[in-house]
Design a protein around this ligand. Structure first.
Ligand code: 5GP
Ligand code: ZN
Length: 116
């Protein structure tokens, strides 16, 4: 747990969120400012500032994130039309919250990845 990290607090249940999933490694909850009909953030329960800080020792966590993304896409009804899983790192990546998180997006055509 990192002091003053909003996602650590959401994982711990100290800040409210609409939770989609929680297990021993990861938590998934709705983005507060959704960019698509389905916009879920999937985060490791443990604090890492970004995915670049995660290595071999975190392989199970990263695998779980991908697995949970697929399960939630199916559960939320976007699996057949498709979805996107993306993580931002650092300033140029547009990262705003420095606790690793993957955006699961779906429910509308998402367009080219690099379109602004
Ligand atoms: P980033 O730009 O770092 O990749 O994404 C951060 C995301 O966190 C943004 O999409 C933003 O809407 C979301 N966010 C920021 N604060 C909160 C919060 O307190 N609760 C939830 N559920 N999402 C948040
Ligand atoms: Zn954190």
């Amino acid at each position: 747990m990192s002091e003053d990290c909003i996602f650590c607090k959401i994982v711990a249940g100290e800040l409210p969120s609409k939770q989609f999933h929680q297990d021993d490694l990861v938590t998934a909850f709705q983005d507060i400012s959704e960019q698509a009909p389905l916009h879920v953030l999937i985060v490791p329960n443990q604090h890492f500032k970004d995915v670049g800080e995660m290595g071999d020792a975190q392989a199970e966590i990263l695998g779980r994130i991908a697995q949970v993304a697929g399960q939630l896409a199916t559960q939320e009804g976007v699996a057949s039309n498709g979805w996107r899983l993306v993580t931002n790192v650092g300033r140029d990546g547009g990262q705003e919250v420095f606790h690793t998180h993957f955006h699961l997006l779906g429910g509308r055509p998402l367009g080219p990845l690099l379109a602004r």
